[in-house]
Design a protein around this ligand. Structure first.
Ligand code: C2O
Ligand code: CU
Ligand code: CU
Length: 845
């Protein structure tokens, strides 16, 4: 290390004990007041040990010992405590008494310390074990019980300015004086001007040669005349007054100096005690989600969370904080038909209505779009092969009860089909239905209009769901609440004696973010993902569910816009999965967690029979968002809580075999399609998701009715896409990694078959990054146009949705079932001029 010394460094001169010789600096000092200060602290650090110092000792040392160890003395003064703020320092000298040495003349330098340090109560001539707060070679404030936790120097031996503030020669026993030097004057001025800084100087002797150590007396020595003395000549500023700074701090300064420091002078003679300066303000967040601009003290007093000086209140800066597990789990009621019976042949009117609903006990009412005035919508119960007719009626009205003309949420007009209108169309997700009743995304209708769809239910029993599917704004309509469950059952399923009635519950899981007034928050601009910060189950934020000691059939549906869920129980309990999107598995699969991408379902059996009453078990979510590699900021670890009651519930056994599944045979495949999932740039939104680089209008996938195909989803992106096909259920063949070689996808390794819990009928499959996910499907019963898409609704809207067209075999006449659908549709339109019901206030509950 090289040192360069200040030009004004003066030679040290020996002085008589107790007599101060003020050495003249290069310029004549101003005449002013003089104070002589004793150190506020002093200490010695020892190079050979990290835990040795001499805080309370009578001596301090610098230089190298006979055995080659280094000593450095530290000394600090409380300048601001003794000199009025605003004063100008004219000259500074430090006097030390050197009381023992084996060496002749040695250079001893003062360097300004750059970090604060401490003096404890260690006491020994040649160093003692450091006590709490002692500075040592390694630490600034030693901690006896836990040295690694102690604040350490950045460089062992002390952090100090490279340039010495003063330097001089110390020879035999006697008093020596350093200063006055311009650097020492500037050091002291700094300590005066920044009252918090009391770091002082480090005293460094000859460290190149052993046996050069010098012993100086400290402030603790009993011989008062040998104690260190700092003599300061200064000129007080009669014009000084309080000077306020932007950060709310105050210093006594002359008006001119205050102005030059960008402070605001408070007038001559004004004082900094108490602090007269306006304290800076910043955003202060309250648990209600409101934000107020306050000073830190005011924010803390009102139990707010201060966001920092000069932070601004901005939308979504302050999350609404809600206590989990305080609302009971709602169970969506069964839809009531206008004719027929629930579970049988029936006709339903399903009004889409804007209502206010309370989604958490501490949250103001939330405006939602609902089916039949409730979010989620009522559950439609159907029996296999028994048709259900639904009149989907758009009756969305504004707060004046007029039919809405605009959307409730801000609409980004970039995505294809997006308009600022309350247009809707309903899709029965997982429904095997004629194209005319599938909820074609362009067949939307506005308030005052309706659509009548007939669902044949010629499919295996499972939980499917209805939700909005309007082109370009599906994410907004579903987010507003337009979703509900649809359960199909049959006699065979009933014969299995699975938990039913109060023990068979859908769990519709959706994430949302709220504004402080309770309204839903959704970003105005399309974004690649939406992740809420609260988890709702069946329309309540983090509900609890009182369960009896027994088994429950819980049908979990991931109804989130973008979020993947990995569900598990907080006590590590296993559960059984008995079914997938499209029906029962051949046998229950025991799991300790299950992952569901958006729109996927898992039919689960949870067994609470062995838990004592009062046991609380949390259903947790550990999936990253985005999935599979996400931002911890987006995590929502809680879903809901089960509380075991002192009551026996369903104790029947779950059959070891459920329903045999026909396995689709790859030998029957007539066409294999490759569908590449990739993001590209978009002038309007920045990015857009495409399938094979094509858009909605590009219809190239035309399976022939009755044939079997393999679809390979090739995911060339970093996130998983839940790929959904309308009309058909499919089976997952497997997943295979690939490499990109010269721009081409080259599969590597061998395909991995699906896990047992995925080896059933599916309508949505997770296509993971850098994998080819192959599914096999048979296109049956209905011809026509059907969408297939990613079920991350933000992707679906822009533009990861295309359509396939099931075509009749060449030369064939339309299949009977098609005629059936056609005739049914004709009948419905003849009979069904649907009159909008007048809306009565009690609907809006
Ligand atoms: Cu659940 Cu086309 O979607
Ligand atoms: Cu669907
Ligand atoms: Cu996607």
């Amino acid at each position: 290390m090289t040192f360069c010394y200040a030009a004004s460094t003066v030679r040290l001169q020996r002085s008589g004990v107790g007599i101060l010789i003020l050495l003249s600096a290069t310029s004549t000092p101003l005449r002013g007041d003089t104070v002589i200060l004793a150190p506020a602290k002093d200490n010695t650090v020892y190079s050979e040990a990290d835990d040795v110092s001499n805080g309370a000792g009578s001596y301090m040392f610098s230089g190298m010992t006979n055995s080659g160890n280094l000593r450095r003395a530290l000394i600090g003064f409380d300048v601001s405590g003794s000199i009025p703020a605003g004063s100008t320092i004219n000259s500074v000298t430090l006097r030390l008494y050197m009381s023992r040495t084996q060496a002749g003349n040695q250079t001893v330098r003062l360097h300004r310390l750059l970090a604060d340090w401490g003096e404890g109560t260690s006491n020994a001539n040649s160093g003692a074990f450091a006590t709490n707060n002692d500075a040592t070679w390694k630490y600034r404030f030693y901690v006896v019980n836990d040295p690694p936790s102690a604040p350490a120097w950045t460089s062992p031996g002390g952090d100090y300015a490279v340039t010495a503030s003063a330097s001089g020669t110390v020879g035999g026993i006697g008093a020596y004086i350093w200063g006055s030097s311009a650097a020492m004057v500037s050091d002291v001025q700094t300590w005066l001007d920044s009252p918090g800084v009391k770091s002082g100087w480090i005293i460094i002797g000859n460290e190149a040669q052993s046996q050069t150590a010098k012993r100086f007396d400290t402030r603790e020595t009993s011989q008062i005349s040998r104690r260190p003395q700092l003599t300061i000549d200064f000129t007080p500023d009669p014009t000084a007054g309080a000077c306020c700074f932007m950060n709310g701090s105050c210093q006594v300064r002359s008006e001119a100096v205050c102005n030059s420091l960008n402070g605001s002078p408070q007038g001559e003679g004004t004082s900094c005690t108490p602090n007269p300066c306006a304290q800076p303000t910043g955003a202060c967040c309250f648990t209600s989600g409101t934000c107020q601009t306050l000073a830190q003290s005011g924010c803390t007093m009102q139990f707010g969370a201060y966001q920092g000086d000069f932070t601004a209140c901005m939308p979504q800066l302050c999350p609404v904080i809600l206590t989990p597990f305080v609302d009971p789990l709602p169970i969506p009621p069964l839809a009531t038909p206008i004719s027929g019976a629930p579970g049988g042949a029936a006709t339903y009117d399903m009004h889409m209505i804007q209502v206010q609903q309370q989604l958490h006990q501490d949250l103001p009412m939330t405006t939602l779009w609902t089916y039949e005035g409730m979010y989620p919508g009522p559950t439609i119960l159907a029996t296999r092969n028994v048709p259900v007719i639904v009149n989907w009626i758009n009756d969305l009205r504004d707060e004046f009860n007029n039919p809405r003309t605009t959307h409730y949420l801000p609409v980004d007009l970039c995505p294809h089909g997006a308009v600022n209108e309350p247009k809707v169309v309903v899709h029965l997700h997982g429904g095997h239905v004629p194209a005319a009743f599938d909820g074609y995304p362009e067949s939307t209708f506005l308030p005052g209009s309706s659509a009548t769809y007939a669902y044949p239910n010629n499919q295996l029993p499972s939980l499917i769901w209805y939700h909005d599917h309007a082109l370009g704004i599906t994410r907004l309509n579903v987010y507003m609440g337009l979703a509900g469950g649809y359960v199909i059952t049959d006699a065979f399923e009933q014969s299995l004696n699975l938990p039913s009635g109060e023990y068979d519950i859908p769990l519709i899981i959706q994430d949302r973010t709220f504004n402080s007034d309770g309204s839903l928050y959704y970003s105005a601009a399309w974004a690649e993902h939406f992740f809420g910060d609260k988890m709702l189950v069946n329309g309540k934020v983090w509900p609890y569910f009182n369960v009896k000691q027994g088994k429950y059939r819980l049908r979990a549906l991931n109804g989130c816009n973008s979020r993947t869920l990995t569900l598990s129980l907080s006590n590590g309990q296993t559960f059984q999965q008995i079914g997938t999107d499209g029906g029962l598995l051949p046998a229950p699969v025991v799991l300790n967690q299950v992952t569901l991408g958006p729109a996927e379902r898992a039919d689960l059996i949870f067994d609470f029979s062995t838990y004592p009453p009062g046991t609380e078990i949390v259903l947790e979510n550990s999936a990253d968002a985005p999935f599979p590699v996400g931002d911890p900021m987006h995590a929502i670890p809680n879903v809901m809580k089960f509380i075991v009651q002192n009551q026996i519930g369903f104790t029947g056994a779950i059959p070891a075999s459920l329903r045999a599944i026909e396995t689709l045979n790859p030998m029957d495949v007539v066409t294999t399609r490759e569908l590449t999932l990739q993001k590209t740039t978009d002038p309007c939104t920045g990015s857009v998701w495409l399938i094979n680089g094509m858009h909605w209008e590009h219809i190239h996938e035309q399976p022939v009715l009755g044939t079997t195909e393999i679809w390979s989803f090739i995911n060339r992106s970093e996130i998983s896409h839940p790929m959904h096909m309308h009309l058909t259920f499919f089976q997952v063949l497997g997943r295979q990694d690939f490499d990109i070689v010269l721009g081409q996808v080259v599969p590597i390794g061998s395909p991995v078959p699906p896990a047992p819990e995925e080896a059933g009928w599916k309508d949505t499959v997770m296509a993971h990054p850098n994998q080819i996910t192959r599914v096999i499907a048979r296109f049956e019963d209905y011809t026509g146009l059907y969408p297939y898409h990613c079920h991350i609704l933000e992707h679906e809207d822009h533009e990861m949705m295309r359509q396939f067209e099931v075509i009749a075999p060449p030369g064939s006449i339309p299949a009977v079932s098609e005629w059936g659908a056609f005739i049914m549709m004709l009948l419905l339109f003849v009979v069904g001029a649907v009159v909008l019901r007048g809306r009565t206030p009690d609907r809006a509950s």
